[in-house]
Design a protein around this ligand. Structure first.
Ligand code: SF4
Length: 158
């Protein structure tokens, strides 16, 4: 039986099942075609294997899809800025913050800091180590600096 559904599956992962206009993509069509070809064989195999095996296969499949999805999500994030650039950003941020203190600009309230961090928490640029993939800064520290802003201008206005 010519089963190349992994290839078709990969194409769907790469190109998406649907186009932005809601129509099915070519990869989607190919995937369904593949599925239709192998479905009777899969059904026969599952009927022989029984329910526990079906459950175990289904959970293996779901785990595979999930780990692929998170690997793709990680790969889609831009590479973080290099160490030198990050050190430069930090020095600049400290300089701006010092200037803000000298100019007696008001400190951020705990509520303002929390509002910034809440935005970061739901942002796709936040990395597991709490750095921002855009600027490379540790968001917990950066959010406390009155002189700093989100590189994507997502934080609420002061
Ligand atoms: S600083 Fe801005 S871009 Fe970076 S994680 Fe927070 S909200 Fe996202």
């Amino acid at each position: 039986m010519p089963v190349s559904s992994r290839e078709a599956f990969n194409a769907v992962e790469r190109e998406g099942m649907f186009l932005p206009n809601g129509m099915m993509s070519q990869a989607g069509h190919d995937f369904i075609k593949e599925l239709n070809t192998v479905l009777p064989v899969v059904e026969d195999a599952l009927a022989i294997l029984g329910e526990p095996a079906i459950k175990s296969r289904a959970s293996e499949y779901r785990n595979g899809v999930e780990s692929r999805r998170s690997a793709h999500a990680m790969a889609r994030q831009p590479a973080p800025p290099g160490l030198l650039k990050r050190a430069g950003s930090l020095a600049k941020a400290i300089g701006s913050e010092t200037k803000a203190i000298v100019q007696r600009q008001p400190n951020l309230t705990a509520k303002q800091v929390a509002a910034r961090l809440a935005v970061c928490a739901s942002c796709d640029q936040l990395r597991p180590n709490r750095t921002c993939a855009r600027c490379g800064c540790f968001v917990d520290a950066k959010a406390r600096f009155r002189s700093q802003d989100c590189p994507l201008r997502k934080w609420p206005a002061k």
